[in-house]
Design a protein around this ligand. Structure first.
Ligand code: FSX
Length: 256
């Protein structure tokens, strides 16, 4: 059985029709800024592309990013996300714990060096030599500095990993910083607290379709998701603009 059939069969067992799947693919294609001609290619990429190995590190954060990604308004998206990537390490949802979890992490890094996608949520505490955040007997600072440079690409999901976010808010007692500040790596940033999970799926599907990460803006964000203001795309914008023009034509704002 091909992997693609497997995905669709599993979704069917959960009561998700092919029609629902194609509706999601259509929304995803539009989110990625691609024409409708790409819908079938996006569906094929989701259903049958080879799965890139993914390591997901959770640093200083509230787990909202993982929750929003894996528990979306579509209850089957979690299955789809876990089908399109080969998630080798994710502390929140993986079965192993303790030394077994650490072993999975380091086995995957060694086996897939230069070939895995690193997804990071959460900022990196750097104060007190990084001792405000530890996992597996190491500081988060040590872990991200060790694993980051071995990844093929690093995707920061959430404002914390992208720019420091909540943990870095003043007075920032843990001296939390973004992943790029700490590692010097160019990261794909998907900000939001939590971010919209479709932008993560779109980034991964972009990679599956075109073999490269999406074009980024000067803040490291995928242009397809952050290139336009919501205001500019609002279907009510013409009413807003018309009201403002009317106001300026007929009212002297200084004197009522
Ligand atoms: Fe930060 Fe995410 Fe906000 Fe929370 O991982 S962007 S605090 S939703 O969990 O990092």
């Amino acid at each position: 059985m091909s992997q693609g059939k497997g995905v669709l069969e599993r979704l069917t067992r959960k009561g998700i029709s092919r029609r629902d799947f194609m509706k999601y693919c259509t929304a995803l294609t539009a989110t990625m800024g691609l024409s409708s001609a790409y819908v079938s290619k996006v569906a094929a990429a989701l259903a049958s592309a080879p799965r890139p190995p993914v390591i997901w590190l959770a640093l200083a954060e509230c787990t909202g990013c993982a929750e929003s990604t894996l528990r979306t308004m579509y209850p089957w998206i979690d299955e789809l996300v876990l089908d399109i990537i080969s998630l080798d390490y994710h502390e929140t949802i993986m079965a192993p714990s303790g030394e077994a979890a650490e072993k999975s992490l380091h086995d995957s890094v060694t086996k897939n060096a230069g070939k895995f996608i690193l997804i990071v949520d959460g900022a990196v505490p750097t104060g007190d030599d990084g001792n405000f955040g530890r996992m597996g007997g190491k500081t988060m600072l040590e872990t991200i500095k060790e694993i980051g440079p071995k990844a093929m690409a690093t995707i920061c999901i959430g404002t914390c990993a992208s720019y420091g976010g909540l943990p870095a808010a003043a007075p920032n007692p843990t001296q939390a910083k973004s992943v790029s500040e700490v590692t010097g790596l160019t990261t794909v940033n998907i900000p939001g607290c939590p971010p919209n999970p479709i932008n993560l799926v779109g980034t991964v599907v972009n990679f599956l379709l075109f073999g490269k990460l999406p074009t980024l803006d000067d803040k490291g964000r995928p242009l397809f998701a952050y290139g336009q203001l919501i205001h500019d795309q609002c279907p009510r914008r013409s009413h807003f603009e018309a009201d403002n023009i009317t106001d300026s034509l007929f009212f002297d704002k200084d004197h009522g």
